[in-house]
Design a protein around this ligand. Sequence first.
Ligand code: 13P
Length: 247
Amino acid sequence: TRTPLVAGNWKMNGRLDMVGALGASLSGLRNSRAEVAVCPPFPYLAPLVRALGDSGVQIGAQNVSRHQDGAFTGEVSAEMLADLGCRYVIVGHSERRALYGEDDELVGEKFLRAQQGGLIPILCVGETLREREAGETEQVVVRQVSSVLDVAGIGAFDQAVVAYEPVWAIGTGETATPEQAQEVHARLRAALAAEDASVASRIRLLYGGSVKSDNAALLFAQPDIDGGLIGGASLSADEFSAICLAA
Ligand code: 13P
């Protein structure tokens, strides 16, 4: 059985005072069945590590460089993130694919660099509304996962998480139904199982896209949904805690 993971992605939101507030309320999650992670903007990683102390809540970053150390002004390496105490890093988020031109090749490089630097990548995949309406959902998400499988190999997915985030559900208030999400999750797990059944049975597949405390439980109850990647609702400590407790 898989331990669920609920990860909050603050995106480019929050201020330093949120770090303390979150630290105080998340320590109440010690008894949650799910593993909990918070992914704030880079400047808040170190203060959050301190604020969370021994709460058991994990820290993740939202992005990582494809390079190791060197002359790459403005970039942050996996080693630096691991050094700070990060466990996870989000790679391939649809906002980075759409707004920063990240393609499958770059996402694959970042996935590998993250693991080599000691982090667990949370690989995001998901179709646009146009792709869903064209009946291309499964083809798109399987292509996005396969491009990383091709460079990293199935063994690497034992130290990875995959998040299915339909682009049309992100920040729109329009959540995939539990059945829609389960269908894609089952397809993703089958694609991984075609390479290695035991890796596929162990990997956590998260759902992301307008998850709220009032729809989380039904989504998380689906057999192939192992938690969530939470955007807007992770900015409220109470709302995020309720979602974590629903897993
Ligand atoms: P929302 O929960 O705000 O829809 O964002 C989802 C997301 O993109 C998490 O990475």
